[in-house]
Design a protein around this ligand. Sequence first.
Ligand SMILES: [Fe+2]
Length: 337
Amino acid sequence: MIAPAASVFGNVHLGYIVIETDKFADWRRFGQDAIGMHYDDTLPDVTRFRLDDNECRFLLQRGPAEDVTALGWQLDDHDTFDEILSRVTRHGVPVTEGTSEEAALRGVERLVRFPGPNALAQEIFTRARTSDTPLAMRIGSGFVTGESGMGHVAITSKKPHQMRGYYNTVFDARLTDYIDETISGVKLKIRFLRLNERHHSVAIAAVNRLPVNPIRTRIQHLNIQVAELDDMVASYQRVKEHGFHMALAVGQHTNDRELSYYAMTPSGFEWEVGWNPIVIDEATWEPTTYQGISIWGHTPGGQTIIDKLAQFKIASLSLVRREDAVAALAGAGIPDN
Ligand SMILES: [Fe+2]
């Protein structure tokens, strides 16, 4: 008898994010001057940002997509790496070994890539290279990474149950909670999935019972977490001073209690900087459903995802585009309960 495969829950941490853009100058002002990350242009043809000792947390490559193209997941050990690889290949989904050049750009020793839902490539690695160059950041207290990973991503989907199935199959994702939000008669449901102690590493938002996705980019937003409140507030001021659009002003979320703001990146997806989200205690946690995304604040600075959803309700369903759910790994999907 074959022993059941070990769960990989807790061994998976968001490690880096790959962005394709032609707006390197704007991204430098955004990432270094406004948000306050360490800027690195020592490698030809790419821009990188650091949050900590790791050589690379954000890799910006030249191209027309203006979008996030890949998520890099750091795994705690080779057993976890082998387990995830075997899950993917067992389901008949192709994996690609990253080249040594690709590994060097991402600051990792080795990586393997396989397809993810919503055209977001998934990359896994075990060891990140650290940099000898001292950090030069406007965020004095630093960023919270480590066990929690570097932050989270939020994805809008027409196939939220399949997407949840995918993250369950591949990474043993657990449901942390739901948020229901209603604006202008449009009902939105968000599923928050955790892979480790962070409240969520992936959030999946969808319009209830409508197969539409109004967001152009593969992620709606990403999140990074600063260690001290003062740094969050100061970066908020810098984002405004440098003239970047503020999608949502400072506010506090209902579920993870994080204080945060959302800035619009040069590529057109949103960038959340947060402070002090709760950390999940697996022994006591029970999923619930919250009404509304914010306790206070998060005032729109203009058009938001909610406005876009409201608009989209009116728009023709013919605008719908195909969304690859990676069905082999999504399975039957996981319905909301
Ligand atoms: Fe978020």
